[in-house]
Design a protein around this ligand. Structure first.
Ligand code: NDP
Length: 399
């Protein structure tokens, strides 16, 4: 059916590429392009024998001209951006210049300040609409599947959704004293930022990780969950009809939080450059270099993730509750594609979003978040491609 240019060769890209190759009628040809071409070649080597034709390329995606040149020579039908949030705009510019659809899993971030805002990418709406191109933002798990879950609930079960609590739980254990499950820089920027939630039309700020609850999660059991800001809150607060309150919660172990506190206290999580031996270095970049590579956690991680949305609202004038979630087993993911569940739960929805665009099912001109499309084909594909979901109509609610 089509050709995909996949940018990035990290944990998420590796899963998405494996999944594209499990779906060779849709992804007939892919080009894996990243800063370090050896990583692209290593992924290609693992997929020898796949019916999907694979080529690799060295690419600095911060350089729009280089992305344009690669698109012109490979001629993809879609660009799947699985590099870092810093490259979103240069890659979107290149897609506009060459007339190709775009997909990513994380909102654009300027290098110097962590914002978690869609405003820079939403500013491209007009340009993509006029060019007749689709840009699908945030097609990972959260953001991504969580938005699809909300759209599905809105379509099938509610007239109005009044509250949504997104709960992201990872009960996996990798055996290291401290490591992050995906890109450490992005992960730590996210966790050390202020918490924020939406209530009655405005945003409420909280100190980082200052709101804590214990929630008993299916198949995982009771876990401490902490309120955080997460980028899908911004788009869901706009796109879910009648929403009054939306919050995001994530599990952290005491051990993880203790390590993080120390790193923060000594200045290692800062993104402010400092002078070191005559060079400018960003402490968080240095920390990333000394922490275990998330890709190396795969063979060591045991346990499960559970990510889902707990909702309350009205149907036919009566109160209604609904919980939809996915449970993913780290070791099963590793056995299937050689990565742990965090990369798996992001890489699979990236492939699904790209598949729906290539098939023309989720193709319309403009820049969109996942909840703006019909959720049904995505929900069906989640069951088919390794992220089956479960639902409950009497969940315990978070007060
Ligand atoms: P990794 O750090 O493992 O991989 C990032 C890849 O991008 C690396 O291969 C890196 O190259 C490459 N890269 C970085 N800068 C450039 C550049 N300028 N040009 C070309 N390639 C570049 O990250 P992950 O795979 O864990 O995460 C990928 C994306 O997925 C991130 O944006 C992350 O925020 C997002 N994500 C989204 C989630 C969701 O649920 N929505 C959950 C988890 C992650 P090199 O190897 O040379 O460093």
């Amino acid at each position: 059916m089509g050709k995909a240019l996949i940018i990035g060769a990290g944990g998420v890209a590796s899963v998405a590429i494996h999944k594209c190759c499990q779906n060779p009628d849709i992804f007939e040809e892919i080009c894996i392009a990243s800063r370090t071409v050896e990583k692209c070649d290593a992924i290609k080597k693992k997929l020898v024998g796949s019916r999907t034709k694979i080529q690799t390329a060295q690419l600095d995606a911060d350089n729009t001209e280089m992305v344009i040149d690669l698109i012109k020579s490979f001629k993809p039908d879609i660009v799947i951006n699985l590099a870092l949030p810093y490259q979103d705009l240069t890659i979107m510019d290149a897609c506009l210049a060459t007339g190709v659809d775009y997909l990513d899993t994380a909102n654009y971030e300027p290098l110097d300040i962590a914002k978690f805002e869609y405003k820079w990418q939403w500013a491209y709406r007009e340009k993509f609409a006029q060019a007749g191109l689709t840009a699908l933002l945030g097609s990972g798990f959260d953001p991504g599947v969580t938005g699809v879950f909300c759209a599905y609930a809105q379509k099938h079960y509610f007239d109005e959704i009044h509250s949504i609590d997104i709960v992201d739980a990872n009960a996996g254990d990798h055996g290291y004293p401290f490591a992050t499950n995906f890109n450490p820089e992005i992960n730590i920027r996210e966790i050390t930022a202020n918490g924020r939630y939406f209530e009655n039309g405005s945003w409420v700020e909280t100190a980082p990780l200052s709101l804590k609850k214990v929630y008993d999660l299916p198949e995982i059991g009771p876990k401490s969950i902490y309120l955080m800001y997460h980028e899908e809150l911004e788009s869901l607060a706009i796109h879910i009809k009648g929403i009054k309150k939306i919050r995001f919660w994530m599990t952290f172990s005491d051990n993880y939080l203790n390590h993080l506190k120390v790193l923060e206290n000594v200045g290692m999580t800062s993104i402010e450059p400092i002078e070191f031996e005559g060079q400018q270095i960003v402490p968080l970049h240095f920390l990333k270099a000394v922490l275990p590579d998330p890709a190396s956690l795969g063979p060591r991680t045991k346990g499960k993730t559970n990510i889902g949305c707990i909702m309350q609202g009205l149907k036919d004038g009566k109160p209604k509750t609904y919980y939809v979630y996915n449970i993913c087993d780290h070791q099963e993911c590793y056995a299937e594609v050689g990565s742990q569940a965090i990369s798996y739960t992001t890489g699979v929805p990236a492939m699904i979003g790209a598949m729906l665009i290539l098939k023309g099912i989720w193709k319309k001109p403009g820049v969109f978040n996942v909840e703006e499309f019909d959720p049904d084909p995505f929900m069906e594909a989640l069951n088919q491609y390794g992220l089956p979901w479960q639902e409950s109509f009497s969940p315990t609610l978070l007060d």
